[in-house]
Design a protein around this ligand. Structure first.
Ligand code: KIV
Ligand code: ZN
Length: 524
């Protein structure tokens, strides 16, 4: 389906860097946030919600730099309903060519009870804060958090106040993923019909996926009159996540016959962004995930393969190339040179500088020595773990494990910690447990392992394993990733990667540049 001028336009508001990053463990580094924002801008995202500037110095700096580097996208920052939050937000987004302040307060009965405001007191707070934001910035979005559980009459009342105070976009969040498609459409329609001035502004829909209905709810809201969809890449987000950008955009593209709404997204950039977000967030995409899952375009069963060969449309409603999947998976090997690697990585969306390429090439050759055929997924796994280890305080020097049917498994390990070597032999229930016990014995810490996940990157017994671990210390969560043809080595490296990130966070906390998480509820 091609876009025609007759189609209504739906704005795509991406909140991967704010609501997505808020997901425990999905914390991204400054450089990673800049890179993702750049890719979102290039893909045609209309509005990028770059962060929550009051939350920490790190968030503030990331939003400011994303604003400075922005090209076509509007850059938005989040602020609670307080002047201090809004001022801080403005200080970060004002550098953008097109800045936006997004301010919010919880309006349902449950949420009103948190700041202990009466309906009238909250109405005054909304009027004052939206007015303040509008005095700073021409582009102001206001959200009644938990809108889908707010009384209709009160919702209409506060939306009207926000519009009169100067809000240019009203976002209607389904904060807890409670609503159903019929209600989602009804709510927007009701606001458009009942609130004076509603046709002068844009209504947005912001859905969470707790009941698996986020995409359906967002599309239903569009049918009800919303013209901005808030979403994240891969549906990243707290709990069950947010509406997935790739799902709503492809649904509108493929089913333009019944949903005649256009977006400005270059869909061929979707796959690359999905891989980058999975990589930097540490949240792997499930194999059968719509649009971007590894199996989304695979036709394994014999019947399907036969049909596909005769006519691809038999079982395919969109082409893999529509979302940026290469049609061929050219195999690389140990004779492939640096230029071939650079070009292949470029096709996969990685543009490397000379030094970075040098580092990746060494690791590519090491892998090619152990694995005959290197597929696209192997290279992506290599890129996921290509961060320089030079500055890491903890480094793995040696690991040998003894495993088998008889007796405890043993890990013989040497770590270099702050340039000092330590050696130990530890036992455990299996080689991974023994290795983790060795790390813990050499570097004592109180962080708790919350998640340990292994994925085979390709088929075959020489496949690389990618390992993700998530650890928690004093409420702060860090993740670590690694890939290797040896699952135990990948596991140990992923654990060490997480510990190194934890040490960086501890240093930041000591310097006061990483503060305790700011509560969304406390707006004062
Ligand atoms: O889910 C939600 O209500 C939010 C708001 C802050 C917009 O993310
Ligand atoms: Zn949200």
């Amino acid at each position: 389906m091609t876009d025609t001028p007759k189609k209504d336009h739906v704005l795509i508001f991406d909140t991967t860097l704010r609501d997505g990053e808020q997901s425990p463990g999905a914390t991204m580094t400054h450089a990673e946030k800049i890179e993702i924002a750049d890719l979102l801008d290039e893909m045609g995202v209309d509005i990028i919600e770059a962060g929550f500037p009051i939350a920490s110095e790190g968030d503030f700096n990331a939003v400011s730099e994303i604003a400075r580097l922005s090209r076509n996208s509007v850059i938005c920052g989040l602020a609670r309903a307080s002047f201090k939050d809004i001022d801080r937000c403005w200080d970060a987004v004002k550098h953008a060519r097109q800045p936006r302040i997004h301010t919010f307060i919880g309006t349902s009965e449950l949420h009103r009870a948190i700041p202990n405001l009466t309906m009238d007191e909250m109405a005054v707070r909304i009027h004052d804060t939206v007015t303040h934001a509008r005095n700073l910035c021409d582009n102001v979005q206001w959200s009644p958090m938990d809108a889908t559980r707010t009384e209709d009459d009160y919702l209409c009342r506060v939306v009207e106040i926000a519009i009169k105070a100067g809000a240019t976009t009203i976002n209607v969040p389904d904060t807890v993923g409670y609503t159903a498609p019929r209600e989602s459409a009804y709510l927007i329609r009701m606001l458009l019909n009942r609130v004076p001035g509603a046709d002068e502004i844009v209504f947005a829909t912001h859905c969470h996926n707790d009941l698996g209905m986020a995409t359906a709810n967002a599309l239903a809201a569009v049918e009800g009159g919303a013209r901005q969809i808030e979403c994240t890449i891969n549906g990243l987000g707290e709990r069950a996540g947010n509406t997935a950008l790739e799902e709503v955009v492809m649904a509108l593209k493929v089913r333009g016959d019944i949903m005649p709404y256009a977006t400005g997204i270059d869909t061929t950039k979707i796959m690359n962004l999905s891989r980058r977000v999975a990589s930097v967030s540490g949240f792997a995409v499930q194999f059968n995930k719509a649009i971007v899952g590894k199996n989304a375009f695979a036709h394994e069963s014999g019947i399907h393969q036969d049909g596909m060969l005769k006519n691809a449309e038999t079982f395919e409603i969109m082409r893999p190339t529509d979302v940026g999947l290469a049609e061929t998976n050219i195999v690389m090997g140990k004779h492939s040179g640096r230029a071939a690697l650079r070009s292949k990585l470029g096709d996969l969306g990685y543009e490397l500088g000379d030094n970075q390429l040098k580092d990746v090439f060494v690791r590519f050759k090491e892998l090619a020595d152990r694995k005959k055929e290197i597929y696209d997924d192997d290279l992506i796994a290599l890129m996921r773990t290509s961060d320089s280890e030079e500055n890491d305080r903890i480094q793995l020097k040696h690991l040998r494990v003894v495993c088998g049917t008889d007796g405890p498994q043993e890990a013989d390990m040497t770590l270099v910690i702050d340039r000092v070597e330590g050696h130990i032999v530890a036992t455990g229930d299996g080689p991974v447990d023994a290795s983790f016990n060795a790390i813990k014995a050499l570097f004592d810490h109180s962080a708790r392992l919350q998640l340990y996940q292994v994925h085979a990157v390709t088929e075959g017994t020489d496949a690389q394993a990618t390992v993700s671990v998530r650890m928690e210390e004093d409420g702060r969560i860090v993740t670590g990733q690694s890939a290797d043809t040896d699952t135990v080595v990948a596991s140990a490296r992923a654990y060490i990667h997480a510990l190194n990130r934890l040490l960086v966070r501890r240093e930041r906390i000591a310097k006061g540049t990483d503060v305790a998480d700011v509560s969304y509820m406390d707006a004062s």
